[in-house]
Design a protein around this ligand. Structure first.
Ligand code: DGT
Ligand code: MG
Length: 526
């Protein structure tokens, strides 16, 4: 009954935008000569994407460099381990889309859902006639008469407009899928690539889902779930559609069974959530096993430096730092990831240049990080660390000068300068078996490719390859990003007569003018 009503609810209109061979396009923008030659983007020993010229040679995502070179000896490889430029362009695309709707949801670095329901209704008031732009999935017989056909038609012209705008302003080509929910829009957009768009009307939703063939191809059905389904002989979408709901319920519980069952019919009620700033910004590096604390510290120092560069782009000030380690147990050959986090005093960041840490502040942060490390790893016993990650997981906005001064002057000084590591919030321990975890060692977590981007088998092989590879580590922008923070480098008192630090972002001149005459107070660091 419930499914029936969701099935018939076509009131929304969603466009899914996916940039073509994203990393490759960004590299081509930087060096246009790469446009017409086969180009692969390399991370470690894998081609993570390639331009469409290279794809004609059979180059596929997640292919080993060695295999790719056999297929296409002229393949030009560009390193894509530093995600900085990809991230910058990615945010520009999202910003452009936000002109069309306040509901724009980012998915990874190169995909966005745009809920254009409101814009469509406005346009419908102005239009006499609607027509379809681009490709159509399925047939146009028996179209629903709830009004969705017109809405989707209008959305096809909006999608075209959006794609033209992305091309005109950012010189990037993209694909669009148009449907009445996110699931359908995402799937249908892949039907004609590159630089094309496709619409699906509700009458063809079931057929669209069936066209995926394997259940594992349904977005949001991951490796584990598809294995569970395979175990009860549900391998294809059609088998899922025909499955006995009681069996599914028995296997997955009512709620999950219903979601999965609905998905197989193209039913998806999830809203397009406006993406704000990322919840965390992080970076990870896999490495050959490290068993010496001094080396760990050195690696973490380098990670911190790189992380601060990412954070500088975002504009917020971090409050919490999280350390991730992957421990390799030589006896049972099992890796586990563990994380632990603690608060840091955001006052140590100088908002004008967060990347420029004073030695003293750096050493304070490093002390916090090493304390976390010692909680995660018993260094009195032998250990082997094969991955280290750092991320900032909570942020405060950079205060404006006015509010900074007001708050700074009205709050009690003890509140201003919180202690260094306040407390350790949490520890998470997870076996390191998920393909995405193991593969995305060097990807921005926000953009962490879904497990579907590489097949599970390939991933296992590549994991092994990566582990055995000579390459020690590589840049690994993690998924998060922040903005322009800065360790407050005003370690030394601002005024020799006045042991008070200028608050972040405040003009020292103004601040000093106002605080003159205040009694000396002690300032804590982190
Ligand atoms: P497309 O959309 O088929 O024209 O090609 P792309 O390259 O845009 O592929 P897409 O949309 O799946 O992913 C966007 C970017 O994310 C891509 O340019 C490179 C990166 N990426 C994709 N899959 C993986 C993966 O499995 N691992 C890593 N590290 N990065 C990936
Ligand atoms: Mg793409």
């Amino acid at each position: 009954m419930e499914a029936e009503s969701s099935f018939n609810d076509h009131s929304r209109t969603i466009i899914h935008i996916d940039l073509d061979c994203f990393y490759a396009q960004v590299e081509i923008l930087k060096n246009p000569e790469l446009r017409s030659i086969p180009l692969g983007i390399q991370q470690k020993n894998i081609v993570v994407t390639s331009n469409y010229v290279a794809r004609e040679y059979g180059i596929r995502k997640c292919m080993l460099i060695s295999e790719a070179k056999i297929l296409c000896p002229n393949l030009i490889l560009v390193k894509g381990e530093d995600l900085h430029d990809y991230r910058q362009i990615s945010y520009k695309v999202t910003a452009l889309l936000q002109n069309y709707s306040s509901f724009v949801e980012r998915l990874g670095l190169d995909e966005n859902f745009v809920d254009v329901t409101e814009l469509v209704s406005k346009r419908l008031l102005e239009l006499r006639q609607t027509y379809i732009v681009g490709n159509i999935f399925g047939d146009l017989n028996d179209l629903c008469n709830c009004g969705c056909s017109n809405r989707l038609r209008v959305a096809t012209s909006i999608a075209q407009e959006i794609r033209n705008k992305i091309k005109a302003e950012l010189n990037l080509t993209s694909c669009a899928g148009i449907g009445h929910n996110k699931l359908l829009a995402k799937i249908v957009g892949t039907k004609h690539k590159p630089n094309q768009q496709t619409v699906v009307f509700p009458n063809s939703a079931v057929e669209l889902l069936r066209s995926l063939n394997e259940v594992s191809k349904i977005p949001s059905i991951g490796v584990t779930l598809s294995e569970q389904l395979n175990n009860i002989n549900v391998k294809t979408v059609q088998e899922l559609q025909d499955a006995d709901f009681g069996n599914l319920k028995h296997l997955l519980g009512h709620e999950k069974a219903k979601t999965v069952y609905d998905l197989s019919f193209g039913i998806d009620c999830t809203p397009v959530k406006s993406s704000g700033k990322p919840q965390s910004i992080g970076i990870e590096d896999s490495c050959k096993p490290i068993s010496v604390e001094k080396e760990i510290k050195e690696k973490l120092k380098q990670l911190l430096k790189r992380l601060l560069v990412l954070v500088a782009e975002d504009g917020r000030i971090p409050k919490t730092i999280k350390l991730t380690v992957r421990k390799f147990n030589k006896n049972n050959k099992v890796s586990t990831r563990e994380t632990r986090q603690c608060n840091i005093n955001s006052m140590v960041f100088n908002p004008k240049d967060i990347t420029n840490l004073t030695e003293n502040n750096e050493s304070k942060i490093m002390t916090s990080i090493m304390r976390l490390f010692n909680k995660l790893v018993n260094t009195n016993k032998p250990y082997h660390i094969t991955l280290l990650g750092l991320s900032f997981t909570k942020f405060v906005e950079r205060p404006s000068v006015k509010s900074t001064l007001a708050k700074f002057l009205t709050k009690d000084i003890e509140v201003q300068f919180i202690t260094n590591i306040e407390n350790v919030h949490e520890t998470e321990v997870t076996p390191d078996i998920s393909p995405s975890t193991s593969y995305t060692e060097n990807s921005e977590s926000e953009a962490e490719p879904t497990t579907k981007k590489c097949k599970f088998g390939e991933l296992i092989a590549k994991r092994r390859f990566l582990r055995d590879s000579d390459s020690d580590d590589c840049a690994s922008p993690s998924k998060l990003r922040v903005g322009d923070l800065r360790l407050n480098s005003t370690e030394k008192p601002v005024d020799p007569n006045q042991n008070i630090c200028c608050p972040p972002n405040a003009s020292e001149e103004v601040f000093r003018g106002i605080t003159k005459g205040n009694a000396a107070r002690t300032v804590g660091g982190i």
